[in-house]
Design a protein around this ligand. Sequence first.
Ligand code: KG4
Ligand code: ZN
Length: 328
Amino acid sequence: MILSIESSCDDSSIAITRIDDLKLVFHKKISQEREHSGFGGVVPELAARLHAIALPNILEEAKEYLPGLKAVAVTNEPGLSVTLIEGVMIAKALCLCLDIPLLPINHLKGHIYSLFIEKEAHFPLDVLLVSGGHTQVLHVKSYEDIKLLASTLDDSFGESFDKVAKMLHLGYPGGAIVESYAKEGEDRFGFTVPLKNSKNVAFSYSGLKNQTRLAIENLKDKMTQKDRNDICASFQKTAILHIITQLKKIFKYSGFKDFAVVGGASANNALRRELFEFCKKFGATLHFAPFEFCSDNAAMIGRAAVEAYKLKKFADIDNVLINPKSTF
Ligand code: KG4
Ligand code: ZN
């Protein structure tokens, strides 16, 4: 079995995955949403201190599995440096105590493998990764062969939901909250779709964030619940339309057969609906992970780690690199 640790942002999570049949034997996650909510975003040092408490507590619960471990896997990139270190230090200590190898895992690969928890992986696959830190389209041929097709020039998709929620004082993380308000509202504001007339294949959310900010400022203290719902509906509709517009540009000539959406924001039902229609039009199949594995978790890191283990991607324990800004 492989023990995997995830601490790249504000979720402390540990999983145990059986190598032979991919079974997820143990999985626990402690989220810090409540602790960061008042700040409207993640406070890195607070997150690190909370990981230092939560991870040993979860490890205590997984103690019975330690004798059966073949390796320890840990997210080492990308993420917040001070929180990545917490997971990496625990992983190193475990590897030294148990005399087993360490597997450093890229968090974004983890999100891709969230599609294959307790399942065999199937490639090639085109993937939309939408999270708090990333908005990317990837062409994935294998664990080691991943090509970046498009990415964001500024804010990410999930981050823009968090910022809209912050401007409306709705709490953190904003994704699910903005989605629930949007469900009750209508697209009254008609925001401009970012990069609409650009030949660039990329994403950009800072302009849409500003359009939303101006709409909020115009309403000032007169804002009603209907205004809030309509702002969220207008923002969400434009944010999703932007994704679909860029995907159309990417796949107009190349075509695709299997398309997946992963990452925390892939839990958004309106996004899933639009992607489903988009794939239907192109004759492709849409794949997504179960809701519980969309946001950060150690099960996806453990699933990716099985591939890393088979490929013998072990790290020198005295030289485990932490790369907060790594990308494909
Ligand atoms: O993958 P994840 O857990 O962490 C990162 O790797 O960043 O993604 C968290 C992000 C947050 O920005 C959160 O607001 C967003 O995913 N998110 C959503 C929804 N649920 C979570 N965004 C839009 N709609 C949602 N339903
Ligand atoms: Zn993530």
